[in-house]
Write a new protein. Sequence first.
Length: 116
Amino acid sequence: MQKSLRRFFLIRAIFLGLLTVVGSVFWYAKIAAETEWNFSNGMNYYNKEEYVETAQWFRKAAEQGHAQAQYHLGRLYDSGKGVIEDNQQAVNWYRKAAEQGLAQAQYHLGRMYDSG
């Protein structure tokens, strides 16, 4: 009896663990798709030169950790397109993207540090 009770709880724990893993995978996939969708919307508005909307979509994706969105949001702050020009914000977003290994962001971050 004791052995079958232990087996029951072990199987139950494994089952709950698997449910947690599967749920986490689906949640991560949903967030990743949403992040990419936010970035794509930002690029669509950027190509239409609608920079205020561009900044809004890039910010959503950037806050979700999308390196390209972080870089492009930095570019908007660097140039003042769609947002008030703000070198500190530009450096902040370039740094986040650069820390993820994005070469363009590393270049622009270095350029900003070089120019003071």
